[in-house]
Design a protein around this ligand. Sequence first.
Ligand SMILES: CC(C)(COP(=O)(O)OP(=O)(O)OC[C@H]1O[C@@H](n2cnc3c(N)ncnc32)[C@H](O)[C@@H]1OP(=O)(O)O)[C@@H](O)C(=O)NCCC(=O)NCCS
Length: 197
Amino acid sequence: MPSGDASDRGPQGPATQVKEAIDPSGDLSFGSPTPAEGTDLWNLAREAGNLDVNSRYAYLLWCRDFAATSVVARDLRGAVAGFITGYRRPEAPDVYFVWQVAVAPGFRRRGLARTMLDHAVLRMRSNGVRYVETTVTPENKASMRLFESFAEANGADLTRDVLFSERELGSGHESEVLHRIGPFTGPARTLDGPLPD
Ligand SMILES: CC(C)(COP(=O)(O)OP(=O)(O)OC[C@H]1O[C@@H](n2cnc3c(N)ncnc32)[C@H](O)[C@@H]1OP(=O)(O)O)[C@@H](O)C(=O)NCCC(=O)NCCS
């Protein structure tokens, strides 16, 4: 992932406020993005800052072809508050690769990225996924913490190794460090506990 925004521009609050701030109040809903939302994802990717923003076309296509492995959070008006795009690696289908995570500035530090990741991975685990991979640039403290926190909550190992070097990426891009989390064992957990059978 490109360098993240480690600034605290959103409402403040510890992760323990996740349930109060998001789920029980019902002020956000979670689902798969539709192609009609591709432009919203593209706009949020540009607004979020520090992401490698791809073409508008790429987000439209992603929302058509990778909707099942992506998550969008919408507010009560239907506006996109955050998204995760990801895919199952074709050569290793037990690996869910998280491509981009973005949360709108006004929704940060409320546990939204963690909640979206939980939603995405719960869905993937029921389809045989045992590992989560992503890449993070070394200066992206927010993203680094997001995946550490996720690994801790799931009792899973987290390993790090450079996937693409600065030389490979060029144009002054920081290295992309592969984070690999897993294998997941035991029942998948929701915010409120284990998933029912
Ligand atoms: C990275 C990003 C998605 C995090 O979203 P968020 O909803 O604010 O994150 P959460 O509230 O779910 O926090 C998850 C964990 O990261 C920590 N965290 C979040 N923002 C942080 C920051 N700026 N600095 C340090 N830690 C941070 C939280 O405290 C939490 O850790 P905890 O579980 O130990 O309490 C958001 O900052 C963003 O969109 N940044 C710009 C785009 C980007 O860099 N994306 C990632 C690379 S693709």
